[in-house]
Write a protein that binds this ligand. Structure first.
Ligand code: PLP
Length: 385
């Protein structure tokens, strides 16, 4: 018999649509949150060099020291946080492994983690895998889908172990402002909880918005944990390098689990990650400029379609599009869009019940594909809804 744990994990909504699209031609895929840009060439070259130079071995569980030092320098420079590369930084296989290991390090069976609804579904998997209980707090379009501090406070129980925040957010693109981040820090402090901050979209932020790391506030090292990765900022999602920065009290036990799970991240990819952090950052700025233009193109185009509306999000590369005016469930609309036009989106309900009535569109795709998707959505809505 398969373990209950594995049975408990829900199927991925994105994966379901992939299966539906099998065998279809001319699919316009707006689902997976992976940058369409290639990893900047100087980063690729450094991995090739590392490989030719024979860096083919396991690294320390926590990662190669040059990368841990480069991450510590980055956290100091960009986020105003001091972490010791010897004891407080662990390099992982993407932020995904960092988050999975964290849940296993922090949660006893039945411990609750509070997070936003809608949410990145992998968090739910990770919490369940660790025997924990995800507690979803709805967010609303009227608040720009920002998680509200008072709503989180109301959800705290005796079993709450951690609050998980993600800004800029997947799937909504919402940003938490400085006041809210401070509010979550104070809440966690007051109730003796961990505050996990997933900052993977930190660099993909637009207009007047600014990213703010909770760990930059004073006296937070005991309970605030920072997770980040190279996947989104440097278009390196296939390299699988991320990290977690926290107190030694969290990192030391987490490393034991990492040894059992995967030992360490890919050594050559770690070398490339050093180059990503220490090299010129122009490529990142250029990608963000292009994402901003795509966001504007999609927001403008979608808002012209009857029954559909979307607010301009402050970050990440997703739109959470209100399709309530089309009078069907998000699952039905996403299925019909795929079957009738080949445009593949994710129903908002796949991110939690608060996502019902919305579709998630990822616009980290080329301009031509986006333009075509807009035309197809427009035509089918005019004709069939
Ligand atoms: N956190 C969020 C909110 C994400 O959307 C993703 C990927 O989509 C990740 C973490 C995982 O990133 P990585 O590729 O570093 O594992």
């Amino acid at each position: 018999m398969i373990a209950e744990r594995a049975i408990l994990i829900p199927n991925s909504a994105i994966r379901q649509f992939f299966n539906l699209a099998q065998g279809m031609e001319n699919v316009n895929d707006l689902t997976i949150g992976a940058p369409d840009f290639e990893t900047p060439e100087y980063i690729v070259k450094s991995a090739v060099k590392a490989s030719l130079e024979g860096h083919h071995y396991y690294s320390a569980n926590a990662g190669i020291m040059p990368l841990r030092k480069a991450i510590a320098a980055k956290l100091e420079r960009d986020n105003g946080i001091s972490y010791d590369p010897e004891t407080e930084i662990d390099v992982t296989i993407g932020a995904t492994e960092a988050l999975g290991l964290l849940m296993m390090t922090l949660l006893n069976p039945g411990d609750e983690v509070i997070l936003a609804d809608p949410t990145w579904p992998n968090y739910i998997t990770q919490i369940l895998m660790a025997g924990g209980v995800p507690v979803r707090v709805p967010t609303f379009e009227k608040d720009g889908f920002s998680l509200q501090v008072d709503a989180v406070e109301e959800a705290i129980t005796e079993r709450t172990k951690a609050i998980l925040i993600n800004s800029p957010n997947n799937p909504t693109g919402a940003i938490l402002d400085r006041e809210s981040v401070k509010g979550f820090v104070e809440l966690a402090r007051k109730h003796g909880l961990y505050l996990i901050s997933d900052e993977v979209y930190e660099k993909i932020i637009y207009d007047q918005n600014q990213h703010f790391s909770p760990a930059s506030l004073p006296d937070t090292k005991d309970f605030v944990i920072t997770v980040n990765s190279f996947s989104k900022s440097y278009a390196m999602c296939g390299w699988r390098v991320g990290y977690v920065a926290a107190s030694e009290k969290v990192i030391t036990p987490l490393l034991k689990l990492q040894e059992g799970m995967a030992s360490c991240a890919n050594t050559m990819a770690q070398m490339a990650a050093v180059t990503a952090l220490e090299g010129p950052q122009d490529a990142v700025n250029e990608m963000v400029k292009r994402y901003r233009a795509r966001r504007d193109l999609m927001v403008e185009g979608l808002n012209k379609i009857p029954g559909i509306s979307v607010e301009k999000p402050g970050g990440a590369f997703y739109l959470f599009v209100n399709v309530k005016g089309l009078g069907k469930s998000s699952q039905e609309i996403a299925t019909e869009l795929l079957q009738k036009t080949g445009v593949m989106t994710v129903p908002g309900s796949g991110f939690g019940s608060a996502g019902e009535g919305f579709l998630r569109i990822c616009y980290a795709k080329n301009d031509e594909l986006l333009q075509k998707a807009l035309e197809r959505i427009h035509d089918v809505v005019i004709k069939d809804y």
